[in-house]
Design a protein around this ligand. Structure first.
Ligand SMILES: Cc1cc2nc3c(=O)[nH]c(=O)nc-3n(C[C@H](O)[C@H](O)[C@H](O)COP(=O)(O)O)c2cc1C
Length: 354
């Protein structure tokens, strides 16, 4: 029946062409299922409101909150009473951690405690909390959990780049340690040739079918930088110190349909990481700046900087030379054992077909 109908349609070129057109359009429309799938996942998992906190979520929330404290501690000029909200949140989350009987020698837990201790130390030794608004609460909290002899490492000095005489893995290790998010820069601009070299190296990053969807828009003019940073929410207190801000994009047009909807971010992210490392290998520091903005902001920035709509902004990148003796947060990492999962074979060897 279907074949007969097709045969009949073929005899009328206009009907046949219309049939194909409608078929293509329907196929395209059906791709909306990818977005519905994403929306459903986001609805199920991406909301921190009052949902039950399992260990993964509790760790993530704790990291998210105490990172604000760590970050505040390395700001060139810490603001008076900075971090009150995150400090209260961290104390609450640590309490939940203990109530859930999770291990208190966990590095994430200890990192959070460490940031509270450093925060306490800074506020006690300066006039940042003259009216004792938050200090007594932190003191009481820390007294209650009795881990005050912790080996304090935050904030600490940015590791130096030193690859002389090292083998490849040692050099890479050093580069990885020396790459940290820096939030205090010298005013000296970076020579464009050095940035160009880093871009050339970053272009060696892998991308899906080698489509290389990335672009870098380098913003160096002080007024332009100010405008750009005013649309981003994570650069307060330091963004203005970076002599360059790069906008890293990936072009959606490089991808054939919505089944590839995440590829711009994957490829763009890989490129961004390579760029960051290539810059650091030349002694240049960076700080990624998230692009979690509402659609209206995204559109505005596209317009201001004349970025084609098809290009997705992956992130901004603050670029510059680190200020002398700059400190960075310790930003503790999960132990590798928690990251590396060994998948047990689904079939025992006797089940396996040869
Ligand atoms: C996609 C992305 C967005 C980020 N956005 C910001 C930001 O807006 N502001 C900021 O100060 N740091 C930002 N960071 C830096 C992270 O806070 C930092 O990478 C993390 O805490 C680990 O520290 P490290 O980079 O020094 O190792 C971002 C990092 C990434 C990868």
């Amino acid at each position: 029946m279907k074949d007969k109908l097709k045969k009949w349609m073929r005899t009328y070129p206009i009907i046949w062409a219309s049939y194909w057109r409608v078929k293509q359009e329907l196929k395209r429309l059906l791709l909306i299922r990818y977005f519905l799938y994403d929306a459903n996942l986001a609805y199920q998992f991406m909301f921190w409101g009052s949902q039950h906190r399992n260990r993964r979520r509790l760790s993530a929330e704790l990291l998210f909150q105490y990172h604000k404290i760590e970050k505040g501690l390395v700001m060139p000029e810490p603001k008076r009473l900075f971090g009150i909200d995150p400090v209260l949140a961290v104390m609450d989350l640590l309490k939940q951690w203990r109530e859930s009987n999770f291990e208190i020698d966990d590095p994430i837990y200890l990192g959070a405690v460490e940031s509270l201790i450093s925060y306490h130390g800074l506020l006690s030794s300066t006039g940042l909390d003259m009216n004792k608004i938050i200090l007594p609460k932190v003191t009481k909290f820390l007294d209650g959990i009795s881990v005050r002899d912790i080996d304090l490492k935050t904030p600490y000095e940015l590791p130096q780049l030193d690859v002389a005489g090292k083998n490849p893995i040692e050099s890479f290790e050093n580069l990885m340690h020396a790459r940290r998010s820096v939030r205090d820069f010298r005013t000296q601009p970076v020579d464009l040739e050095l940035i160009k070299r880093a871009v050339e190296l970053a272009q060696l990053s892998p991308s899906a079918c080698n489509r290389q969807p990335w672009k870098v828009y380098l913003v160096s003019d002080p007024d332009d930088r100010k405008t750009l940073l005013s649309h981003q929410n994570g650069n307060r207190g330091f963004g203005h110190l970076a002599p360059h801000i790069a906008i890293i994009t990936a072009d959606s047009q490089c991808f054939f349909d919505s089944s590839e909807r995440n590829e711009p971010f994957v490829d763009g992210g890989m490129f961004a990481m390579s760029l960051i490392l290539s810059l650091r290998a030349q002694e240049i520091a960076t700080c990624c700046l998230n692009w979690c903005v509402p659609p209206s902001t995204d559109k505005t920035v596209h317009q201001i900087f004349k970025i084609p709509r098809s290009e997705k902004i992956i992130m901004l990148l603050a670029i510059g030379y680190p200020s002398d003796g700059v400190s960075v947060p310790r930003s503790v990492r999960f132990p590798a054992i928690q990251v590396l999962n060994k998948i047990a074979s689904t079939y025992s060897s006797s089940d396996r077909r040869t």
